[in-house]
Design a binder for this molecule. Structure first.
Ligand code: BDR
Ligand code: CA
Length: 317
C-alpha cells in the first residue's frame, strides 16, 4: 500500500481518527500538524500523545503552520477543551519530539515520490494551510500526491462554525480554496455525513464494556465522554458523532462509502456571512476540477472501526 501522511489539528476527534488508523494497521508514515482546534504547539503535543498511547512513538511528527494565510487565528477550544483532548489522561512523559519543517517535509516527500514514479496519499482533518503553502511553493508536488482525503466543508451550505462555513475551511478559507481547486484525486467527508452517524450514550458505553483496563481505555473513554458532553451541550442529546473518524474510515475502508457525488467545489472568500462557505456544483460550471463528496457511509462499519480502536492494545515491546 501507498505511504500515508496525516495532517491534523490535534482535537478530540482527530485523536480518535488517529487511534482508528493505528488499530486498523493503517498508521500514518508521518504526521504534519497545524493550528486549528487548539494552537499549533498544543495540537502537536496532542498528536505526539496519541502516538505514545497507541504505541507508535516511532512515527515522525512535523510541525507546520501556526496561523492561516490571510486572517487572524481562531480555535475550537469551546468544543475540544483547553488542552484540545477534553482533559483526557495522558502518559507521564512523551518519548518523542516533533521537528518544525512540515511544509518542506511535504514538498520533499511528494517530489521524491514523483521522481520515483510513486504517489503518497494524504489525509487532512484540520485547516488546509500546510498543503496550501506546499502547493504554492512547489506546484510540481501534485505529481507525487495520490489520494487526498479531506474532512471539511459542507455539501448543502449548512455550516457548524458560522451558518455557512465548516470549521476546517473557516479557519483558513484561502488555504481551502487552494487545496479544493488543485488538480488532485480528492475525496471529501463534508460536515453532513459526519453528523448523520450518531450513537446514543448507551451504545457508546457498550463499546467500552469488554475492553481491558489500561491507559488506552481511559484515554479513549475520556475522549468519547468529552465528545458526548459537547454534543449534549449543543442540544444534541447524549450522542456521539464521528467527524474526523469518518474521513479516516474512508481511507481504511473505502467501501464504507455508500453514496457520493462528483462536483466542482470552490470557497467563498468575500468578507461577510458567506466567508468560508463551500460552493458545490455537480454541473462543473465553477470550472474547478471535480472532486468526490461523501454523502452517506455505513455506520456499522464506522462503529466496528471505532470499537477496534478502543480495544486496540499496542504490541508489547
Ligand atoms: C472539524 O473541525 C474540528 O473541530 C474537528 O476536529 C473537525 O476536523 C469539524 O468541522
Ligand atoms: Ca480536526
Amino acid at each position: 500500500t501507498r505511504k500515508l501522511i496525516l495532517d491534523s489539528d490535534g482535537g478530540v476527534d482527530d485523536a480518535q481518527a488517529l487511534l482508528m488508523l493505528i488499530a486498523a494497521g493503517r498508521t500514518p508514515d508521518a504526521i504534519t500538524t497545524v493550528f486549528g482546534n487548539v494552537g499549533l504547539d498544543a495540537a502537536t503535543r496532542n498528536l505526539l500523545t496519541v502516538l505514545a498511547v497507541g504505541g507508535r512513538p516511532d512515527v515522525p511528527v512535523h510541525k507546520g503552520a501556526a496561523r492561516p494565510l490571510n486572517q487572524p487565528v481562531i480555535d475550537a477550544k469551546y468544543i475540544h477543551g483547553e488542552d484540545g483532548l477534553g482533559g483526557a489522561p495522558r502518559p507521564e512523559t512523551i518519548p518523542q519530539t516533533a521537528s518544525d519543517n512540515a511544509v518542506a517535509f511535504l514538498i520533499d516527500t511528494f517530489l521524491a515520490a514523483a521522481s520515483a514514479g510513486e504517489k503518497v496519499d494524504i489525509l487532512m482533518i484540520g485547516p488546509f494551510t500546510n498543503l496550501a503553502l506546499a502547493l504554492r511553493l512547489e506546484p510540481a508536488i501534485v505529481a507525487g500526491i495520490g489520494q487526498l482525503t479531506i474532512m471539511g466543508g459542507t455539501i448543502y451550505g449548512r455550516g457548524n462554525t458560522t451558518p455557512a462555513a465548516e470549521f476546517n475551511v473557516y479557519a483558513d478559507p484561502e488555504a481551502a480554496q487552494i487545496v479544493f481547486t488543485a488538480p488532485l484525486d480528492i475525496v471529501i467527508a463534508p460536515w453532513e455525513p459526519c453528523v448523520t452517524h450518531n450513537m446514543t450514550g448507551a451504545e457508546v458505553d457498550t463499546l467500552f464494556a469488554d475492553v481491558p483496563d489500561g491507559l488506552e481505555k481511559d484515554f479513549s473513554l475520556a475522549l468519547a465522554a468529552h465528545a458526548r458532553q459537547t454534543i449534549a451541550g449543543y442540544g444534541g442529546g447524549d450522542n456521539f458523532r464521528f467527524v474526523d473518524p469518518l474521513a479516516a474510515a474512508a481511507v481504511i475502508a473505502p467501501d464504507i462509502v455508500t453514496k457520493s457525488t462528483r462536483a466542482s467545489v470552490d470557497v467563498a472568500l468575500a468578507p461577510g456571512i458567506t466567508r468560508g462557505m463551500t460552493v458545490v456544483d455537480p454541473s462543473g460550471r465553477l470550472g474547478t476540477p471535480m472532486v468526490t463528496l461523501i454523502e452517506e457511509a455505513r455506520l456499522d462499519q464506522l462503529v466496528a472501526l471505532y470499537r477496534a480502536s478502543i480495544a486496540f492494545r499496542p504490541a508489547a515491546t
